[in-house]
Write a protein that binds this ligand. Structure first.
Ligand code: NAP
Length: 367
């Protein structure tokens, strides 16, 4: 694609040089090229180069404008300044997205202001897809992954050596020599209490494999992860259908200046299904949303998604929301929805009030 476009540009500029030489005179460090004694024929080449440079600069300016439009928040006490709309890497793995799709999806999202990418050791090929697609742009984004299920979700292993081996494998798959964040992937409270898994992360950080360490999970384990003071960040479920964390963990996480990453921030858009989805992962949110029966979910699809996303990002203490998708245009579409700004306090409080009114005691944070 780039190759074809590049050829076309050189062709156009070459013709213009032959007929309109003055328009193609370019300056380098203030010196007209003629003064430098360069032949016309090389000016043709330089002109093509100049056009490429100016097109590239125009594209860069466009990208910078898009990036400026995306709000960023500092992730707690870390030095990470995260785009509020991040990318969740589970869908590309579990849905078997192609390499080409991931190149388009992540490449265009990076151009438009994405700088947070989250994945995990067990999201099928997600790590490799990300590494192959944008490994060459590594300095442009913060990379988060997780460990604990290197052999698959049902085969958790929280001993130190397998965790360290899993992190090493993630580095290879992600085509990088450092992670910005390594997270324990939803181990239990009992596992956290033994301390061995946390030590594995601390060792990885000491070796320079990860700059920060975090816990990804919910409920009592998430609360302990905040209380124990050993993690830099908490990744936890927060959405219109999952509000436990807003009361249970976020206030303390904020007080301790932990970075907070909202997972499942759109409640999987479970309201889009007319009937209970066959996929168990979507079922609890689907049922909760039926009971919650928010009026705004009956509005136009974009309004509903935009309100849901702005709710999550409005929860005090949340720094970034990692939305999962396999669709190349989705990140930009959701970024555009955020241009509406913060959800008005009244709308935010209405969603909170409805939750407090109907949420059953069993509606804990969903892993
Ligand atoms: N235990 C853990 O650590 C844990 C657990 C769960 C999730 N996570 C992390 O959180 C990330 C996000 O979670 P998730 O993907 O399950 O939930 P999510 O982000 O709430 O929902 C993703 C779903 O929303 C749809 N969607 C996104 N934007 C949309 C729009 N504008 N209109 C309609 N549909 C839209 C996507 O469909 P399309 O594909 O059609 O866009 C996708 O199916 C994961 O990728 C993962 O990184 C971590």
């Amino acid at each position: 694609m780039f190759g074809r476009r590049r050829k076309k540009m050189i062709h156009a500029c070459t013709n213009r040089t032959l007929y309109e030489p003055r328009k193609c005179s370019i300056k380098m460090s203030g010196l007209p090229m003629e003064r430098a004694g360069i032949l016309l024929v090389s000016r043709v080449g330089l002109c093509a180069y100049g056009t490429l440079v100016s097109n590239h600069m125009a594209a860069s300016r466009g990208r910078m404008r898009a990036k400026e439009a995306m709000e960023q928040r500092r992730l707690g006490r870390t030095d990470i300044v995260a785009s509020v709309l991040g990318f969740g890497g589970s869908e590309i793995g579990y849905e078997g997205a192609s390499g080409r799709t991931v190149v388009r999806l992540l490449g265009s999202a990076l151009d438009a202001g994405l700088n947070v990418i989250d994945t995990a050791e067990c999201y099928e090929d997600s790590e490799s897809l990300i590494g192959k697609a944008i490994g060459s742009r590594r300095r442009e984004f913060y990379l988060f992954t997780k460990c604990g299920h290197a052999g698959g979700w049902s085969r958790a292993d929280w001993r130190q050596a397998p965790l360290v081996a899993s992190i090493e494998r993630s580095l290879r798959r992600l085509a990088t020599d450092y992670l910005d964040l390594i997270q324990l992937h939803s181990c239990s409270l009992a596992t956290l209490r033994t301390g061995e898994a946390i030590e594995a992360l601390e060792r990885a950080r000491a070796r320079g494999w990860a700059r920060y360490i975090g816990y990804s999970g919910d409920g009592e384990a998430a609360r302990y992860a905040v209380e124990c003071g050993r993690f830099d960040t908490l990744q936890t479920s927060i959405s219109i259908a999952d509000q436990e964390a807003i009361d249970r963990t976020l206030p303390l996480a904020s007080a301790r200046q932990m970075g907070v990453i909202a997972k499942r921030p759109l409640a999987n858009v479970a309201w889009r299904y007319e009937r209970k989805p066959a996929e168990p992962y979507y079922q609890s949110y689907w049922s909760r949303l039926r009971t919650l029966d928010y009026r705004f979910l009956k509005s136009a699809p974009d309004t509903a998604v935009g309100t849901a996303l702005r709710f999550t990002l409005g929860a005090p203490g949340v720094h970034t929301a990692i939305v999962g998708t396999t669709k190349p245009e989705r990140w930009q579409q959701n970024a555009a929805l955020l241009q509406a700004g913060a959800l008005p306090p009244r709308e935010f409080e209405q969603i909170r009030a409805r939750w407090h009114e109907v949420a059953a005691g069993s509606w804990g944070g969903q892993v």
